[in-house]
Write a protein that binds this ligand. Structure first.
Ligand SMILES: [Zn+2]
Ligand SMILES: [Zn+2]
Length: 138
């Protein structure tokens, strides 16, 4: 994390009923796992934020994905906003809901082992079969 002042990000769902503020978001992972495929139709782009640095307003519908993780969707428009494993210190914010992603970069691709065959990854960023040791599972 850079030593400069905290960077504040804001975001919202498609209809605007749910808004959030996140401080000091990490860079973005693309996740190609089967969970993400089911939830979105393909892979996701998500940034991580420490739980106590994320403020959510509005009616979020938390749905269980597994016995350890859940997804957060706007209760009005269904936008997929958050991926959360409550045992972890960070929450993943789906990047498409962030208002201003300026300054965020992409770190690479995770769960490439679960990627379907009909697309290739050609951007040259690092790829991981699962995810690198110590990284957020986002
Ligand atoms: Zn909405
Ligand atoms: Zn995934």
């Amino acid at each position: 994390m850079a030593a400069d002042a905290p960077k504040i990000y804001t975001g919202k769902c498609l209809c605007g009923d749910v808004t959030f503020t996140a401080q000091d978001m990490s860079d973005i992972w693309y996740c190609h796992c089967t969970q993400c495929q089911h939830l979105t139709g393909l892979y996701i782009a998500a940034a991580g934020v420490e739980r106590d640095k994320l403020t959510i307003k509005g009616d979020v519908n938390w749905l269980p994905i597994s016995d350890r993780s859940r997804s957060g969707h706007c209760n009005s428009c269904g936008s997929y906003l958050f991926w959360d494993m409550p045992s972890r210190p960070t929450v993943s914010v789906l990047a498409g809901n962030i208002d201003n992603t300026k300054g965020l970069k992409v770190k690479g691709h995770i769960f490439v082992s679960e990627k379907p065959d009909y697309y290739e990854i050609t951007d040259g960023l690092p790829q991981y079969e699962t995810y690198p040791e110590g990284a957020l599972r986002t």
